[in-house]
Ligand binder design. Structure first.
Ligand SMILES: Cc1cc2nc3c(=O)[nH]c(=O)nc-3n(C[C@H](O)[C@H](O)[C@H](O)COP(=O)(O)OP(=O)(O)OC[C@H]3O[C@@H](n4cnc5c(N)ncnc54)[C@H](O)[C@@H]3O)c2cc1C
Length: 397
């Protein structure tokens, strides 16, 4: 390892690996560090991604990284039976094998010329005044090392420490955090659909998901608002113990338990300081409706890696220079995410009777409108049947 690099990337998840690859392709010297001994493992993810993202980001997903191809989504109401099926571009996609997917991305970063160190835990930032000038890390050999850089790219995911050390307001409140717990189960009869269950009984401020990983294997999980977090396992077990669910999943066996946190509030107010940017889930670039963050992380990693390399190579790495990344990202993604945040905050006010009425009156075209941000016609339709929601739903229009 050298004493200094143009760009140091912390974290070898999707955001970090693609940032390292992009920066190295631009000609920067790049070091990527991750505390894990094996990238992608343990998995802390439902592993679903939309086909529209694969096309938009021009992703090369290897067949081995795909556990199952998905042709749409089935959304269930609180009776666990009424369902809406959508088969549009947003709901078509893949359930990945993140152990393979994340490693493929890290291989690509290495092939592009990035140096990579596994089992290296970044514990602090180096600073000169307010400028970030590198990182302090504990290596596999137990040594504490200091490495200098022109730009540090923070791609640490949901438990990011460095953004806070850099002076960014990166604390997600419990209210704006979802806790996910997931069992990988066998003996689950799967369709080629992801299944999402909305019910306050089983998933307050969130949903239960069944994401197929093969013919009879699926990720079965629950994501709930942080204020209910100590009970996430309880809610998942309660769902699995329900007689209606047991009819289908009675023989299912758990082969892995996974879980983690997802910030589902607004993206960070500021993502760059002198010598430092945050990308991906570390910058709270996550969809507030479903907690999906893989492709948002890849997109931000591409922009961040390119801007970090360009700034480092030009020797211009002030907050102002690096905020070119933030400006580009916000112009592309922020408006939609803030609209989805508004939808999340509205949906969490609905009780199960409201949800039931909505499921009985909406169709797949209405759901497509909601997902595309066209709320007004759907709100109008719901209010005809459930006028008492006027105050709650007005916020959307
Ligand atoms: C239960 C659950 C289910 C989810 N399901 C989905 C889903 O189905 N679809 C979807 O799109 N998204 C899903 N997400 C969100 C998705 O997993 C994340 O948004 C995505 O992984 C973000 O990528 P990232 O590269 O920003 O961070 P991560 O993938 O979290 O990678 C961060 C990396 O940084 C490393 N790291 C952290 N701190 C340090 C440090 N100080 N020093 C060295 N290394 C460090 C970590 O070891 C890790 O490898 C889910 C999340 C959870 C918790």
């Amino acid at each position: 390892m050298n004493d200094s690099y143009d760009v140091i990337v912390v974290g070898a998840g999707p955001a970090g690996s693609i940032a390292a690859k992009t920066a190295a392709e631009k000609g920067a010297s790049v070091l990527m560090l991750d505390r894990r001994k094996e990238f992608g493992a343990p998995v802390r993810c439902g592993e679903g991604i939309g086909l529209h993202w694969v096309k938009e980001l021009n992703l090369k997903v290897s067949p081995k990284a795909v556990s199952a191809e998905i042709s749409g989504a089935a959304l269930y109401g609180p009776d666990l039976k009424t369902r809406l099926i959508i088969r549009d571009d947003e709901s078509k996609g893949f359930v990945l094998d993140r152990k393979v997917f994340d490693k493929d991305l890290a291989h690509d970063a290495g092939r592009a010329g990035a140096e990579i160190k596994a089992k290296t835990d970044v514990i602090d930032l180096l600073k000169e005044g307010k400028r970030i000038t590198g990182v302090k890390a504990k290596t596999l050999e137990g040594e504490t090392i200091e490495v200098k850089s022109n730009v540090v790219v923070d791609a640490e995911g949901g438990e990011s420490l460095l953004a806070r050390l850099a002076g960014l307001n990166a604390i997600a409140t419990l209210y704006d955090t979802d806790f996910g717990v997931e069992y990988e189960m066998v003996n689950v009869e799967c369709e080629d659909l992801i299944e999402i269950y909305f019910s306050n009984e089983f998933s307050p401020r969130g949903y239960v998901w069944i994401f197929p990983k093969g013919k009879d294997v699926a990720n079965v999980g629950v994501g709930i608002g942080g204020l209910n977090a100590p009970n996430a396992v309880h809610y998942l077990n309660k769902f699995l113990a329900d007689a209606r669910v047991k009819e289908r999943l009675g023989k299912a066996q758990t082969v892995a338990v996974k879980g983690g946190l997802i910030p589902v509030g607004a993206p960070l107010e500021k993502m760059a300081v002198d010598g430092f940017i945050a990308v991906g889930t570390a910058a709270h670039q996550v969809d507030p409706i479903h907690g999906g963050g893989i492709c948002l992380a890849l997109d931000a990693g591409m922009i961040g890696g390119r801007v970090a390399a360009e700034c480092a190579l030009a020797g211009k790495t002030s907050e102002r220079d690096l905020s070119a990344y933030e400006t580009e990202w916000r112009a592309k993604r922020e408006k939609k995410l803030l609209k989805r945040l508004k939808l999340r905050k509205t949906l969490e006010k609905l009780n199960d009777a409201d949800l039931k009425a909505i499921f009985e009156n909406l169709n797949d075209a209405d759901v497509a409108k909601l997902l595309s941000g066209d709320y007004a016609p759907v709100v109008k339709k719901v209010l005809v049947k459930r006028p008492q929601l006027l105050k709650v739903l007005t916020a959307l229009v």
